[in-house]
Design a protein around this ligand. Structure first.
Ligand SMILES: [Fe+2]
Length: 236
């Protein structure tokens, strides 16, 4: 699915996969955001490449976090010579085994290499696109978000923070918060992250599941932060 001239959704519900991956086309290369769960999702990404005639090599993959449905294909990226970025402790678990994911998804974790530990505020200049990395702990300790600047837009790739769902019968949407049951989930970090995301002035949301969203992403992040604050109050 084409999002803007250089940006594509390369897997997700449109392709019968649970989680989303995104592809950025630059002058010389293709950049992936998240790698997805398994073979089926990798094939969806390849189908997107074929559909849109994206014949440049995929050189880089930025992971939002290490959970199975986002990083299960890391070993595949290794085989294809794609440079993988992720942060610790998620990166460490990708490399050394992820017992929590094995229990949650009921399948064996395939250990894989993370080529670089991504750093907070790291900026990547891909000539006709720019990517900024932002530390975003909460859903998992090593979570990162990415601002993709391309085609005059600022697209925020959030991984698992919140999702946009329809709200029938109203002509409106509502937010659904991401899974908050992970071993290293931290509600205070999550709120701090959402507050930070609300100041990035993005106009396209690229969440880890379901639909993308065109509009005021700051406002969505503020709404999500308020929802999580309410949950924290109720838990006290
Ligand atoms: Fe996750």
């Amino acid at each position: 699915m084409k999002i803007s001239e250089h940006l594509y959704k390369s897997s997700g519900v449109e392709y019968a996969t649970n989680s989303n991956t995104f592809l950025l086309k630059t002058k010389e290369e293709l950049i992936l955001f998240d790698l997805g769960f398994d073979d089926k999702q990798w094939k969806a990404m390849e189908y997107t490449k074929e559909l849109w005639g994206l014949d440049k090599p995929i050189t880089t993959a930025f992971l939002t976090h290490g959970h199975y449905d986002h990083a299960g294909n890391t070993y595949k990226a290794n085989e294809k010579g794609i440079k993988v970025y992720c942060a610790d402790p998620d990166a460490y678990k990708i490399e050394n085994g992820y017992e929590e994911m094995e229990k949650l998804f009921g399948r064996k974790w395939i250990c894989a290499r993370v080529d670089e530990r991504i750093k907070d505020h790291e900026v990547f200049d891909f000539k006709d696109a720019k990517v900024e990395a932002h530390k975003a702990p909460g859903h998992s300790k090593g979570s990162f978000a990415y601002v993709i600047e391309t085609d005059g837009h600022r697209a925020l790739c959030t991984g698992d923070m919140f999702y946009v769902r329809p709200l029938p019968p109203q002509d409106a949407v509502s937010l659904e918060l991401a899974y908050m049951g992970g071993d290293d989930f931290d509600i205070d970090d999550f709120i701090e992250t959402l507050d930070k995301m609300a100041s990035l002035h993005c106009d396209i949301l690229l969440p880890g599941h379901y639909s993308i969203y065109y509009g005021d992403v700051d406002a969505l992040c503020k709404e999500a932060a308020a929802m999580v604050r309410k949950i924290r109050e109720e838990r006290r």
